[in-house]
Design a protein around this ligand. Structure first.
Ligand SMILES: Nc1ncnc2c1ncn2[C@@H]1O[C@H](COP(=O)(O)OP(=O)(O)O)[C@@H](O)[C@H]1O
Ligand SMILES: [Mg+2]
Length: 143
């Protein structure tokens, strides 16, 4: 294993995923790439909170993305990862992650079983489900 991608939407599940991804990166001496993808859904959800903020929408969304990444990076460091990159991207999260994994020849993607979605009955979220079916590498789904 040389490159492990940890997809993070700021959810508790994603937090557990980045902890495991970091432990794997440490034991394989692999690079850990933490990725946050802003989709329309994400933007919509944040807009309600953003109304109180006196900053431009784009700037505020960027701040939220960076906040998610820095929290995830701190968890990764706590779990022993040293070679850590972070990135944000925009688009459909599953599509973006699959393209990224292909382009970078990632060895594994680590995700939470569920994310920020509100549909309580779902066993798997839509992103984790699409990745499990379509990713070009191993997919580790963390409870
Ligand atoms: N926008 C995103 N950017 C990065 N990772 C994501 C994103 N959305 C989901 N993920 C990853 O996929 C996991 C499952 O989320 P998801 O399939 O969206 O479930 P839900 O339907 O509960 O939101 C998350 O824990 C996270 O690891
Ligand atoms: Mg989701």
């Amino acid at each position: 294993m040389k490159l492990i991608i940890s997809a993070n939407d700021g959810s508790d599940g994603a937090g557990r995923a980045v902890a495991l991804a970091a432990a794997l990166a440490k034991s394989f001496d692999a690079k850990l790439l933490i990725v946050q993808v802003s989709d329309d859904n994400f933007s919509q959800k944040q807009l309600a909170q953003l109304e109180q903020l006196k900053v431009a929408e784009g700037d505020a969304l960027e701040q939220i993305s960076l906040g998610i990444l820095s929290k995830a990076k701190a968890i990764a460091k706590d779990h022993g990862a040293t070679n850590i990159d972070t990135m944000t991207a925009a688009g459909d999260p599953a599509k973006v992650l699959i393209e990224l994994a292909k382009r970078k020849h990632a060895d594994a993607i680590v995700v939470g079983r569920r994310g920020l979605g509100q549909l309580e009955g779902l066993l798997l979220g839509s992103v984790s489900q699409k990745l499990a079916s379509l990713a070009p590498c191993a997919v580790i789904i963390v409870r």
